[in-house]
Design a protein around this ligand. Sequence first.
Ligand code: SF4
Ligand code: SF4
Length: 130
Amino acid sequence: MKNCNSCGRCCETAGNGGLSASPEEIDYWETYRPDIARFVDGKRIWVDPETGEYFARCPFLQRSPDGKKTTCEIYEDRPEDCRHYPVDIEQMLLDNCEMLEPRDLKNLRHAQRKLDSIMIDSRPPAGSGD
Ligand code: SF4
Ligand code: SF4
């Protein structure tokens, strides 16, 4: 399994209500990041304040001029949902995640263990309730 190369495929699938945020995250954005909170409607993210509809594509996703890399405009304050991605191999397959290598597909359990080890610092501790 490779490291994330910022291809952005996972973020491309995060529109149309594909993300969620906790009340604590929303409170934080309302207090410290009104530029993020403006795209929150109740519990719904990311919502166009003009139409009240979900954005089809995450509004914070930026693509490099050559189209090969992406960055997150709110990386430090992005939702936990984004921080924890990818959670499992199934999700990576759905998004065509470029971390996956052909050998990962031959042994999915091993690939999941490798993913868990890569993501160990990005996930909540076991038993934290998240
Ligand atoms: S908030 Fe950032 S990490 Fe999350 S989907 Fe949007 S661009 Fe990607
Ligand atoms: S799809 Fe995979 S490789 Fe591409 S940005 Fe997301 S986690 Fe990284």
